[in-house]
Design a protein around this ligand. Structure first.
Ligand code: GLY
Length: 403
């Protein structure tokens, strides 16, 4: 009898140790109660704002930004790279609120978007189709979404060239093969497609693209160039430059955010440690950068000339917050805590002035003060769909830490 009891106690102890070991490999962090309340209010605000936005949209149009001078939305067709963020945000808000109006609107606009599954002229299909149909598949699935997503993955994969080892980002002259760091964000769709179809080709393309990007897009300090121009015949690097950043040598903030998020996803999908190391190096560049402000919302470029008077980019802050809230779960507690704390500050900052919208303003967007394309002078210091999307995503991710 005593022997049985000893064995039983030993069994419990062993179970506790295994549980502890698991807990140590997957650290968790304590969410702040006041911030959780703020997030609940932000989500209620999002629900109201997005219903307002829906009323202002033309039938086949997608929101891009808002123009306060004319008090009107600026919109696009379904082929704009941001078309997935509006349905994606509606779906995230619906997940949190169960407000059927949001789901109905998401389903309406996805009908307009679905033809983009055959679009082979853009690398942005991950943003467009996975942030929309990919989320719908998890939140409110429909049988037809699977084929739409698989066709989208096929269209994206058609832009891969093994000679270069990358998916082509932008179509341009025949002598150029342009790849931007943003392209890392489209790979999640390919991993999904391999899992669902059983065809490893999509996944292999994603891995090759990520490896080539790791080799050529990063500087020794793990900041990244925006654009690499490869020789389409040999795959040799012809040029490293920017398009949306301050200069070829600068660290465009959203580019750093895309890289951070992209390599975090690469680690999630492959469990290959080299991607975790890469994501951590990028995080280190961002978190230790002397030009990261105290509220942790980056200037639009880490090397913008007029810091501290340079514009902030709320979208970069939102993408970084969301990425850090995933990355912090993959690393030892000490670094995880740093990532968690930074993400927490970012979410808290975005939830307050000057970023969060006052109810009924800003064309229904949740956040203001993002920067689209300063060198081109477009979408400067405005609301943007992707800022809202990643902000809502980061709040949902933060809520997962609530006990
Ligand atoms: N992917 C384009 C941008 O981040 O502006």
């Amino acid at each position: 009898m005593l022997k049985r009891k000893v064995l039983w106690v030993a069994g419990i102890a062993a179970f506790a140790m295994v549980t502890l070991a698991n807990a140590q490999t997957k650290p968790t962090f304590k969410a702040d109660k006041a911030l959780l309340k703020t997030i609940a209010a932000d989500i209620r605000l999002g629900d109201e704002q997005y219903k307002l936005m829906a009323k202002e949209l033309g039938p086949d149009r997608f929101p891009k930004t808002y123009d306060p001078k004319t008090d009107s939305l600026k919109t696009s067709g379904s082929d704009w790279w941001c078309s997935g963020f509006y349905p994606g945000t509606l779906l995230y808000l619906y997940k949190e609120t169960k407000d059927e109006v949001l789901l109905t609107e998401a389903e309406r606009i996805m009908k307009v978007l679905e033809k983009e599954q055959y679009n082979k002229t853009t690398h942005d299909l991950g943003f467009m189709m996975y942030c929309s149909f990919g989320n719908a598949q998890k939140i409110a699935p429909k049988a037809e979404y699977k084929d739409i997503l698989l066709n989208s993955a096929r269209s994206l994969a058609s832009r891969f060239d093994p000679k270069v080892g990358c998916i082509r980002s932008w179509d341009s002259k025949r002598s150029e093969y342009l790849v931007i760091i943003d392209n890392m964000m489209n790979l999640e769709l390919l991993f999904w497609a391999s899992k669902v179809s059983g065809d490893p080709t999509f996944r292999n393309i994603a891995i090759t693209h990520a490896n080539t990007t790791m080799k050529h897009h990063f500087r020794p300090d793990f900041s990244s160039y925006h654009v690499i121009n490869y020789d389409p015949q040999t795959g040799a690097v012809q040029q490293k430059r920017t398009a949306q950043g301050y200069s070829d040598a600068s660290a465009w903030a959203r580019g750093q955010a895309w890289g951070l998020y992209g390599y975090t996803v690469m680690y999630r999908e492959t469990k290959d440690k080299k991607y975790l190391d890469q994501a951590q190096h990028i995080a280190e560049f961002i978190l230790t950068n002397p030009n990261l402000p105290k509220d942790k919302i980056p200037y639009w470029d880490f090397n913008a000339p007029n810091i501290p008077n340079a514009l902030r980019d709320a979208s970069a802050g939102a993408v970084m917050a969301s990425a850090l809230l995933e990355l912090c779960t993959y690393v030892p507690k000490a670094s995880g805590q740093k990532y968690f704390n930074t993400a927490q500050t970012m979410v808290r900052s975005l939830s307050g002035a000057p970023y969060i919208s006052k109810p009924g303003t800003n064309g229904g967007f949740l956040l203001g003060h993002s920067v689209g394309h300063i060198p081109q002078g477009t979408e400067v210091d405005v609301p943007l769909t992707y800022a809202d999307y990643y902000f809502v995503e980061s709040m949902i991710r933060y809520k997962a830490f609530a006990k």
